[in-house]
Design a protein around this ligand. Structure first.
Ligand code: CUA
Length: 273
């Protein structure tokens, strides 16, 4: 080997290993746990889908980098590198084949794992015994309302909204009298479905319960149903996941998941006030 050829070979080896370590290193660095522990029934399904997607796409990145590194290494050991184009047919085959394979592996797998979870979340009706809570996003808090003993939410109207009446509840409506209201704090019993009637007073917000793998936009003028079943007691963060204005960062609340008896007690206490 001449001096320049061996220098080039050394550079090639260095490049090849840099490409390998970068590819594999990026995947391993990104593979740390970044979601809080699951606290809802469907959460494990969402996590399985995310994990599959990470492993599938991560493996593709690693395989791609190993192949790239191999070609760098191989070319660096040849004195003369040819740049002849492969045939049009070979180019077609090697464009279509990986594209189809990646689509099947990444998209196909996500659909297989994701469709049962999404159909539960978006097409199935919540069970009849679900706790119904209305949550109205506003700049910059969450208004929480329960229908009270009559099980009916009182009428609201935008024209009735004032400093004292955040959601514009109509006092003339008989169903409004027993409604229970709270701010940025949602109480629910454990192991019972929760149906959130999601609304917004002003702009787009996003109702985000990281532990429960729930994220849904709140859209002004619409009432959007979201339901899930909490499986663990505790205090969980509620965040707004839509940049909704200067105070967006303040739109923090909590989901308090308690036992059935504690929940009944809490409701009774609230009704007494
Ligand atoms: Cu509401 Cu961000």
């Amino acid at each position: 080997m001449t001096d320049t050829a061996s220098q080039r070979s050394g550079l090639g080896t260095f490049l090849a290993f840099t490409v390998w370590f970068l590819g594999i290193g990026i995947v391993l660095l990104g593979a740390r746990r970044y979601l809080p522990p699951v606290a809802s029934e469907h959460g494990a399904g969402i996590d399985a889908m995310l994990l599959y997607l990470l492993v599938a796409t991560g493996s593709l990145v690693i395989i791609g980098h190993v192949v790239l590194g191999y070609f760098i290494l191989r070319s660096s050991r040849t004195a003369k590198v040819d740049a002849a184009l492969p045939s049009a047919k070979a180019q077609r085959v090697w464009s279509v084949l990986p594209a189809v394979a990646m689509t099947l592996i990444a998209e196909g797998g996500v659909l297989v794992l994701g469709i049962p979870v999404f159909s539960q979340l978006y097409t199935q009706e919540p069970p009849d015994n679900a706790v119904v809570v209305e949550v109205t996003g506003e700049q910059f808090t969450w208004n929480v309302r329960y229908p009270g003993p009559d099980g009916v939410f009182g009428r609201t109207a935008p024209t009735l909204i004032s400093q004292e009446n955040a959601i514009g509840l109509d006092p003339a409506d008989v169903a409004a009298a027993d409604d229970i209201q709270d701010l940025a704090l949602i109480h629910v019993p454990v192991n019972r479905a929760v149906l959130i009637k999601l609304r917004s007073k002003d702009v787009l917000h996003s109702f985000y319960l990281p532990n429960h793998r729930i994220k849904q936009d709140a859209v002004p003028g619409m009432t959007i149903d979201v339901w899930f079943t909490p499986t663990r007691e505790g205090e969980f963060e509620l965040a707004c996941a839509e940049l909704c204005g200067f105070g967006h960062y303040q739109m923090r609340g909590f989901l308090n998941v308690v036992s059935e008896s504690e929940f009944e007690q809490w409701l009774a206490d609230k009704q007494a006030n």
